[in-house]
Ligand binder design. Structure first.
Ligand code: SF4
Length: 458
């Protein structure tokens, strides 16, 4: 029985691709080894979004080389965006690597492993959806759904279009079938994945009704699938955040009360240099429309600090937008030049590292202050929580997530995969704390029974 060990770096799309890689390997008879030094096949699914990601991975790759020196039969494979960004150069720089493949070529790993020649092979075409491969889900009640691959945008700092190719959407019928199969398999929460989910369907042929598939249309179709209680998605682009998507949140019970809307910068001048195709006022218009239709929705974002040319005034404008929007959470990054991107060629007006770090500190302080203020609105309320397991910081408590994507640590009896009601007693910028309403557990159990009593409004 051959054993594999897979280390995953980066985004949710990589987590999805790794679940597919595991499903594919297990369909070939491989089993997962808990430790890397126990495996005959050592694999990495890499990220290349920032310098830090590369260096973290190279440390792990160094360990794989050591293990291969000790056991020559070990096969080392590298997949994902780092492999795609280097292509054949992988083998020149790391000759002990046996196979390298891009995000669009995961299925070729199976071809390599079942071929009789084990000389170094690279696969870097943009073809195929990993979503077509068997999946080994990390959590049985949560599933990833790859709705598209690639990105047609050209943000000047981003390596993704070169590592994941042009946008290609999967047909809606295929996605509905896959979600129905997931639901039959016990999945209750599905997260739709794409580099730019809300431009879904633009590349698909028009349907019989002459209409193009749309992201809002897809949400309506998936909301109708029995057994799916929650739908999340990542990542949308503000330029494509249209009213029909926002209305879908208000109209569809399963679409979660959380929208991730990457800002990147609050300065229109810097947004232009980033080629984000929206400016500050357009972004704030989207937020206003969201708040109008969904007053209680949680909004999270991504922000880059220290983009070349960013002045103190530009940075102040970012802080202003953070205050104006009042985000529930934010991912904050220091600008990191990526090889092959336009921004990496900028040599003037670079922001010195100490200035970047100081701005990062000020931004994080403000984001946390806003998030703490925002999360107080949940205190005293009863929220439906999807239980994910035991609390990370207290084995006596449970951990779950609200529809707003807030983590809740609470006392209760529910099991992972269950939806239960929790009364929220306190809130920090990151997490909520509370107690399960056992009375409601009885009601839910009764409701889930074959002759349930009438259902109360949400
Ligand atoms: S939208 Fe921009 S930042 Fe996002 S994946 Fe595409 S190019 Fe990269």
């Amino acid at each position: 029985m051959k054993r594999y060990h897979l280390t995953t770096f980066g985004c949710q799309m990589n987590e999805h691709d790794s679940e597919r890689m595991k499903g594919m390997l297990e369909s070939l008879g491989y089993v997962e080894a808990p430790e890397r030094d126990e495996a005959e096949l050592i694999l990495f699914n890499t990220c290349s979004i920032r310098e830090a990601a590369d260096s973290r991975f190279l440390t792990h790759l160094g360990e794989a080389r050591k293990l291969k020196r000790e056991r020559s039969e070990v096969v080392v494979g590298v997949g994902g965006c780092w492999a795609q960004s280097l292509k054949e150069e992988v083998f020149e720089r790391f000759p002990f690597v046996d196979v390298a493949f891009g995000p669009g070529q995961v299925h070729m790993l199976a071809e390599f492993l079942t071929s009789d020649s084990l000389s170094a092979q690279g696969y870097f075409e943009f073809e195929g959806f990993t979503g077509h491969l068997p999946s080994r889900r990390t959590r049985p009640f949560q599933g990833w759904l790859q709705i598209s691959v690639g990105c047609n945008c050209a943000c000047s700092y981003c390596i993704v279009p070169s590592t994941r190719g042009r946008e290609v959407s999967r047909p809606a019928g295929e996605l509905v079938e896959e979600v129905a199969a997931m639901a039959a398999d016990g999945v209750r929460e599905v997260t739709l994945l794409g580099q730019n989910v809300n431009s879904y369907g633009r590349d698909l042929p028009r349907g019989e009704d002459g209409q193009r598939a749309s992201f809002a249309g897809l949400l309506h179709k998936l909301d109708a699938v029995d057994g799916i209680e929650r739908i999340r998605y990542t990542s949308p682009h503000p330029k494509d955040m249209r009213e029909d998507v926002i209305r879908a949140h208000a109209e569809l019970a399963s679409v979660c009360e959380h929208i991730h809307l990457p800002l990147q910068s609050g300065s229109s001048r810097i947004l232009k240099a980033m080629r984000r195709t929206y400016d500050r006022s357009r972004y704030l218009d989207r937020v206003a429309m969201i708040r109008e239709h969904l007053p209680d929705v949680a909004i999270s974002t991504d922000i880059i600090v220290g983009f070349p040319g960013e002045s103190e005034e530009d940075f102040e404008q970012t802080l202003e937008v953070v205050e104006q929007v009042g985000y529930d959470s934010a991912f904050t990054f220091v600008f990191s030049p990526r090889r092959g991107t336009e921004a990496a060629t900028i040599t003037e007006d670079l922001v010195p590292h100490p200035v970047k770090s100081a701005r990062m500190e000020r931004l994080v302080e403000l984001v946390q202050r806003e998030a703490r203020a925002r999360s107080q609105r949940f205190v005293g309320r009863t929220l439906e929580v999807l239980v994910e397991g035991t609390s990370r910081n207290d084995p006596e408590r449970l951990r779950g997530r609200t529809s707003h994507n807030k983590v809740v640590n609470f006392t209760g009896l529910a099991a992972p995969g269950e939806l239960t009601d929790v009364r929220i007693d306190s809130a920090t910028s990151q997490t909520l704390a509370g107690e399960e309403l056992l009375r409601d557990r009885v009601t839910r159990a009764l409701r889930a029974s074959p002759n349930p009593p009438a259902r109360a409004a949400r």
